[in-house]
Design a protein around this ligand. Structure first.
Ligand code: IMP
Length: 188
């Protein structure tokens, strides 16, 4: 294991099995509706890649990217859409694909944006949920795993752009993020 990491929370095999289960649930719910998977860059790309290949139904995929924010700018509403959707979701069935839901603010902004564009339906699939840090209530339809209030990396999730390529999800040692910045939240 990399020296920056304290423990593995979910192995590659556990993630593979859970993503397969999520895909089965999603496929059953979307049997008669072709979903547009809207993945939030950058962290959700690994989850999206595995989830969409596990889905035995036709899907489309599109991407959005938000500016990073600290707590202060988030509360003053300064978060910005850096990359918008490439096509219209009006009348479409949108399934948001997220790596982790932490405060819920990113997802909240995205759901507001999508609702304003008259999507026919909107649901959310998140690989990880960190409910202890929620600042705003958001409804999650498909969740892979709940995580404790720790900073996790791997399977798309980064710390200072590193560790996204790990095939598992692991807890970062607190002394590692203490060294570079504090707190290490909202890195996309
Ligand atoms: P939220 O807006 O606070 O819910 O934050 C969502 C985003 O923050 C996620 O999409 C991640 O990019 C990032 N994030 C939150 N918690 C973690 C973590 O533990 N590790 C890595 N990134 C995280």
């Amino acid at each position: 294991m990399h020296p920056d990491l304290r423990e593995v929370l979910f192995t590659a095999e556990q993630i593979r099995v859970r993503v397969g289960e999520m895909a089965r649930d999603i496929a059953a719910d979307y049997r008669e509706r072709e979903p547009v998977l809207v993945a939030v860059l950058d962290g959700a790309v690994v989850f999206l890649a595995d989830l969409m290949r596990a889905l035995p139904i036709p899907v489309r995929a599109d991407f959005v990217k938000w500016s990073s924010y600290g707590d202060s700018s988030a509360s003053s509403g300064e978060v910005q859409l850096l990359k918008d959707l490439s096509f219209s979701v009006e009348g479409k069935h949108v399934l948001v694909v997220e790596d982790i839901i932490d405060t819920g603010l990113t997802l909240h902004y995205l759901l507001e944006t999508l609702a304003a564009r008259d999507a026919a339906s909107i649901a959310v699939a998140a690989l990880l949920d960190k409910p202890s840090r929620r600042k705003i209530e958001v409804k999650l339809d498909y969740v892979g795993f709940q995580v404790p209030d720790e900073f996790v990396v791997g399977y798309g999730l980064d710390f200072a752009q590193r560790h996204r390529n790990l095939p598992y999800v692991a807890v970062l040692k607190p002394e590692v993020y203490g060294r570079e910045m504090e707190p290490p939240i909202n890195h996309r």
